[in-house]
Design a protein around this ligand. Structure first.
Ligand SMILES: NC(=O)c1ccc[n+]([C@@H]2O[C@H](COP(=O)([O-])OP(=O)(O)OC[C@H]3O[C@@H](n4cnc5c(N)ncnc54)[C@H](O)[C@@H]3O)[C@@H](O)[C@H]2O)c1
Ligand SMILES: O=C(O)CC[C@@H](O)C(=O)O
Length: 388
């Protein structure tokens, strides 16, 4: 029986994929597997029983990835599963920045008891006139699952689209419309675009990437959209730029006390992925990742361990070893098994950065003594007997 804990509400269509072998628990400390959306895991004590965390979403800045890796806890995310939901809200954000629909709707609410509202409308509406986005230039920083979808959609709205991503994946490049101009220097995005939208993960390298220097390079009246994470933007610099008229609108999906009531900022309460479709997609992908890891030891879409897949376990026994990516680990594992007279029928060893993972299919079962010996190897972080 496996125990799982949900740190946030997770869509039922995903949870329904857990078989009777899985029990939902209320205590984090009891869980073998955890599902999470935006709740922070940083301050939680990671139990020794915990094998895996699945982030039903893309951003993993709410999870201590290295701390988890050190404890042999594999962290998954669900790449692309909510990208369409975010794309649609980015397009809505651009339109709301271009046209004062919100000001207009607020005016109607204020005037809702006015019997002459029809006549008053025709006088008042000029205050809410705006611009069209067709023909304007959109710059996209980060051409991953979301950036590519925004780019392609914007071309269909008649925008000129410039894209910047020095680490673009082959898949993303294949999916990108040919009409998108590939930009090599991010400075060109800043200087050429009427709308700029950022779709990069929050890391130490991207934090505050939209800073005073970046804003200084931007065109007057630029609209900046941030559906990625608030700390990607130096919001003090952004608020000054709104104040002095350099930036026309800042559209953000991340309310905080600084922006919530600031003039010129359109603040959305983190709704990018809040669609039934995205929530379902993320939950289904996250649960499938956890089940395959718990039952077969396979790793798909991990952000702190390598991908590793040996399919459904059909051998007598399977053992998984999470370990550091250092030399002679495999040699020690195979020697120990040979000494215990255990034949390895299939084996995969993969690494990602400082961490590695080895899956071993065995012709016979292994006893506790051998498992304890494997656990004692310097650099081994976790040993799991997936099938006895
Ligand atoms: N608002 C929401 O509800 C919501 C929903 C999903 C994702 N997000 C945020 O959006 C981010 C992106 O999501 P995604 O699904 O597109 O992720 P993704 O991993 O598919 O794409 C991120 C892209 O950013 C690129 N990149 C990384 N560093 C860069 C840099 N310095 N300059 C330019 N490009 C860089 C990567 O190469 C990659 O192509 C997530 O990390 C998350 O923080 C927010
Ligand atoms: O779960 C959510 O609602 C937000 C998800 C989003 O921020 C992500 O990074 O995928």
């Amino acid at each position: 029986m496996f125990k799982y804990k949900c740190l946030n509400p997770i869509a039922k269509v995903g949870l329904d994929l857990f078989s009777d072998e899985y029990e939902r628990v209320e205590e984090f400390a009891e869980a073998d597997a955890v599902l999470v959306r935006s709740a922070s895991v940083h301050d939680l004590e990671l139990p020794d029983t915990l094998e895996a965390i699945a982030r039903a979403g893309a951003g993993v800045n709410n999870i201590p990835l290295d701390k988890c890796a050190e404890k042999g806890i594999v962290v998954f995310n669900t790449p692309g599963a909510n990208a369409n939901g975010v794309k649609e809200l980015v397009i809505a954000g651009m339109l709301l920045a271009a046209r004062d629909v919100i000001g207009g709707i607020n005016w109607v609410q204020k005037e809702k008891e006015n019997p002459d509202i029809t006549k008053a409308t025709e006088k008042a509406k000029k205050a809410f006139a705006g611009n069209e986005i067709e023909g304007k230039t959109l710059g996209i920083i980060g051409l991953g699952a979301i950036g590519v979808k925004v780019a392609n959609a914007a071309t269909h709205l008649g925008m000129n689209v410039l894209g910047y991503d020095p680490y673009i994946s082959v898949d993303a490049a294949w999916n990108l419309s040919r009409s998108i101009k590939h930009i090599k220097k991010v400075e060109d995005i800043y200087s050429e675009c009427d709308y700029i939208t950022i779709h990069v993960p929050l890391t130490d390298g991207t934090r505050q990437m939209i800073n005073q220097d970046a804003i200084d390079m931007m065109k007057d009246d630029v609209v900046v959209l941030n559906f990625s994470r608030d700390t990607l933007v130096d919001e003090d610099a952004m608020l000054s730029a709104l104040e002095n008229g350099k930036v026309k609108r800042y559209v953000t999906d991340f309310p905080n006390p600084k922006v919530a009531n600031a003039k010129g900022v359109l603040v959305i309460p983190h709704l990018g992925a809040s669609t039934e479709e995205s929530e379902d997609n993320c939950a289904v992908m996250a649960v499938k990742e956890l089940v395959d890891y718990m039952e077969n030891g396979n790793i798909n879409n991990s952000v702190n361990y390598p991908s590793c897949n040996m399919g459904v376990c059909s051998s007598v026994s399977r053992v998984a070893i999470n370990h550091r990516n250092v030399k002679n680990m495999l040699g020690q594992f195979t020697n120990m098994l040979a000494e215990a007279d255990v034949n390895i029928t299939n084996m995969v060893n993969k690494s990602k950065g400082d961490y590695a993972y080895t899956l071993l299919d065995l012709e016979t079962g292994v006893n506790k003594e051998v498992i304890d010996k494997l656990r004692a190897v310097d650099g081994v972080l976790k040993v799991r007997v997936i099938k006895k």
